[in-house]
Design a protein. Sequence first.
Length: 214
Amino acid sequence: MTLPETLPASSFANLLKIEDVQFIQTFQQQRSATGGGETRYADRAPALYKVDLTTIHMLNAEAEGIMSLINSRAGGLKAVLLYNYRLPFPASDPDGAIIGATVPTINVITDRLHVSFSGFPPGYVIPLGTYFGIVFDDLYYLGQFVEARTANPVTGAVAATEIWPPLPASITGTPDVIIAKPCAKFRIVPGSAYPAKIDAQHSTIKLSLEQTYR
């Protein structure tokens, strides 16, 4: 069997037992100042996530197995799918039992920062900060609700809400929305992954990853 260019969550993210994770939004902006002392910022590329992971203490053999998967990514040449371990499901549905197999969709894209949804379970509660994902032509978008919403108690529709980061321009129409463990595509920062010895039998692994849309 040949491993895919992008390891799915079932073959990587779900195998990691995490002690600590930092999911950080990084802004690719240029800063300048005017003659009048005004500071200005301008986007030069999309905002992307950077992740720092530390696993729990594990047996050396298990750590070596995880490191073999990390090394199979050939530095930054191949990718993995990863979700935020701090909030893999909405806070209102902490194990995903309510959303279950339901697949909501985008309803209307008002602009890149405001969208409405359809197909949620009736009355489904979406707290502030809830993550959601969209897979569109092999592009993996990972966003958050920056307004709390509750789905319509009859239809399951969700009124237009602000999201972050902006939807890429290539996402159009009414694509499916992933609520349970939504993933983005990441490349491991070359040289960032290493096992640290805890004692004669145990190690922990640290690594850094950078999001990519392709």
